[in-house]
Design a binder for this molecule. Structure first.
Ligand code: AHR
Length: 665
């Protein structure tokens, strides 16, 4: 029929053809065909990610991403702890470690003595004497690989000094630059026959990277010294006995929700005699014991439990101390505290809780007050044992558990899983922990990147309702244990699994945290530094991306690979919702050499999307790419605006990338 010049039959046919084309196009767009004709393979749709925007999954544990601190790789002494003098109290096995003695042997004497110490915890001190005027007599130290000072900045020198009646003179203290020129000095006068602490500020008149501190006796007679110390005034929060500001800032930028301290194997010690004992680490630094450090040298304990608690408070992180369970390190020989002597160790744990939380008039609470902190530290978590396992551990743990739960039922105890994260030993540990009603089970994994990729679903099918899991130490150890993109990528893949299961995995921490270049015993590590510089590794940025973009509840999702997408899975996801910012958050790791085009469907009847969104992307050209002092952000996240951030949109995940998408509703 003709109607006003139109052929209705033809129109109807065209309409049907158009409809058919539209249907085909729609199906193609839904991810089952090629998105656009004539484009290359990498523009094939890899899959469709459907996020259930309205279906709240479990809440994400507020403590999911924390930090693990241990004095390994000079992380504390020579690192975070801002003291610039090594072996300040002459308590190292070789008393002169770190010190150069300046004297003429024929005319003067320098020896370490212990007959009249400043206190019983600090038995050794140094004696300098001469009866020949005019000669050089003193000590020099380069601290931890050179003392770095900055022009115009102040440094607090302090020392305990006494002298014999025959002494006539004073002490001059210099900071000498690399050329031996003084770049700041003070004089200490008025010495007496009794130990006294002398303190003075040295203002640096120029910068030097590798200066030395010189403490020289001017005059004749005999002088004794101990606790020779030099601190920058510019510490974190300007505290005396403080921490290195730049390193704390790096840590703070991770926004850790807890800090586990003081380790690690260091808790256990090589031998029981060198196990970490928190009571030796509080109070006046001059009264703290020096303890062997199984990683290297000794621990000054200047960064002790009080400082750890303060640091946690500063960063808004829960303190998670780990105490020795009455066993020295089991991979290094395992000495055990006899059961009849265990009370002392259990009492240490009870006293720690009192120190942290107890009333101001309690014995240990009063020590907290004396340190300057009447308010409690609100300790909620306590680990008993590090990587301990087997009957000896189980027997001892039971004693701790009974005593602590009886007096402090509110404290959640962390139970070690040993060194195994799989296999029969792990199973035994898990069954035991489940049987005794453990609160939190501490699993450690140091494995190749391939393991982390392959086990990103480790917790997807774990039994619920038995105990919480603390992935207390983990890091990808690839070839030559590098902190490269591959390691970071695999950790990100694994972390999507931690987050998806954070009803079960309530806490996690990469380990170790710090590495001082040139003084390290363990790689890889999260943050690298020297005496003046610091940078984050790719793993650091992954931790940060996950931590600062955590979200409040897990959102269920489904990722359907396109039939056309070949090969093994290369994408890993976790989805969540952030109420405060009204964001849907998608975290993704793409381990493929190819970009991955994914259609993202945010299923929801309740949201109106604002069209705004952000993509935070960490990637680099090669899996072997690393950061360095010279190029500290070679592998670091960049933030881009999302071009389309709606209910449904296409997103191309870069090759070798970790991406956080924040879609605002
Ligand atoms: O993180 C380094 C060490 O690895 C820890 O001290 C120990 O717990 C683990 O074996």
């Amino acid at each position: 029929m003709w109607l006003g010049g139109f052929n209705m039959k033809k129109i109807e046919k065209r309409r049907q053809t158009l409809l058919l084309l539209l249907i085909i196009a729609n199906i193609a767009f839904s991810g089952f065909f090629i998105v656009k004709a004539n484009e290359n393979r990498s523009d094939l749709l890899s899959g469709v990610l459907t996020v259930e925007g309205d279906r709240k999954g479990p809440e994400i544990s507020p403590l999911l991403y924390g930090a693990f601190f241990e004095d390994i790789n000079c992380a504390a002494d020579g690192g975070l702890y801002a003291e610039l003098v090594r072996n300040r109290s002459f308590e190292f096995l070789r008393s002169y470690t770190g010190w150069q003695r300046i004297y003429d042997r024929d005319k003067a004497e320098i020896v370490v003595e212990n007959s009249k110490p400043i206190n019983e915890n600090n038995p050794h001190y140094i004696k300098l004497s001469t009866d020949c005027p005019g000669g050089e007599l003193g000590l020099k130290t380069a601290g931890y690989g050179g003392i770095a000072v900055e022009n115009n900045k102040g440094y607090r020198f302090s020392a305990y000094i006494r002298c014999e009646d025959d002494f006539d003179g004073f002490i001059s203290v210099f900071i000498e630059n690399e050329e031996g020129k003084s770049c700041g000095e003070v004089e200490i006068t008025g010495l007496t026959g009794e130990w006294q602490k002398y303190s003075a500020i040295i203002k640096a008149e120029e910068s030097a990277k590798e200066a030395v501190l010189a403490v020289m006796v001017q005059g004749v007679g005999t002088v004794y010294m101990d606790m020779i110390s030099l601190f920058p005034l510019d510490t974190w929060k300007g505290r005396e006995n403080g921490l290195r500001k730049d390193l704390v800032e790096m840590l703070a930028a991770l926004e850790p929700t807890f800090i586990r301290f003081p380790g690690g194997c260091i808790v256990e010690g090589n031998l029981l005699v060198s196990a970490y004992r928190w009571k030796d680490t509080i109070g006046d630094p001059a009264e703290r014991k020096t303890n062997p450090n199984l990683w290297i040298d000794f621990q000054s304990y200047g960064l002790g439990f009080y400082e750890y608690f303060l640091l946690c408070e500063d960063l808004g992180a829960e303190p998670v101390p780990i105490l020795n369970a009455g066993l020295s390190c089991q991979v290094r020989g395992a000495q055990v505290v006899p059961m009849e002597e265990l009370d002392e160790w259990v009492q240490d744990a009870l006293d720690l809780i009192e120190y942290a939380n107890g009333p101001v008039d309690s014995y240990w609470g009063a020590k907290r007050v004396a340190a300057g902190h009447p308010e409690p530290f609100n300790l909620k978590y306590l680990g008993i044992g590090n990587e301990n396992w087997g009957p000896e551990y189980h027997e001892r743990f039971a004693f701790f558990q009974e005593a602590i739960k009886e007096k402090y039922p509110e404290i959640k105890l962390i139970t070690g899983a040993g060194v195994a994260y799989d296999g029969p030993d792990y199973r035994i540990a898990w069954d035991w922990a489940a049987r005794i009603g453990a609160d939190i089970f501490d699993e450690h994994m140091y494995c190749p990147p391939q393991w982390f990729f392959a086990h990103a679903d480790r917790y997807d099918h774990y039994p619920r309702g038995v105990m919480e899991i603390f992935v207390g130490e983990y890091a990808a150890h690839g070839e030559r244990r590098k902190n490269n993109l591959e390691a970071a990528l695999s950790e990100a893949a694994f972390m999507t699994g931690l987050e998806r299961n954070s009803d079960l995995v309530t806490m996690s921490a990469y380990a170790p945290l710090f590495n001082k270049v040139g003084a390290s015993q363990w790689t890889p590590d999260l943050i690298w530094f020297d005496n003046t510089r610091v940078y984050g590794t790719p793993s650091y940025y992954v931790q940060q991306m996950f931590s600062v973009n955590k979200g409040d509840v897990i959102l269920p999702f489904d990722f359907r690979k396109s039939p056309s997408a070949q090969g093994e899975d290369t994408m890993y996801f976790a989805c969540s919702r952030d109420y405060e910012n009204s964001d849907i958050i998608i975290k993704a790791a793409n381990r493929s050499t190819e970009k991955q085009l994914v259609k993202i469907d945010l299923k929801s009847d309740n949201f109106t999307f604002s069209g705004e969104g952000q993509a935070i992307i960490l990637t680099s050209e090669r899996l072997s790419d690393e950061n360095s002092f010279e190029n500290p952000t070679k592998v670091a996240p960049v933030t881009e605006k999302l071009k389309t951030a709606d209910k449904s949109f296409l997103y191309r995940f870069s090759p070798y990338s970790v991406t956080v998408l924040r879609i605002r509703y």
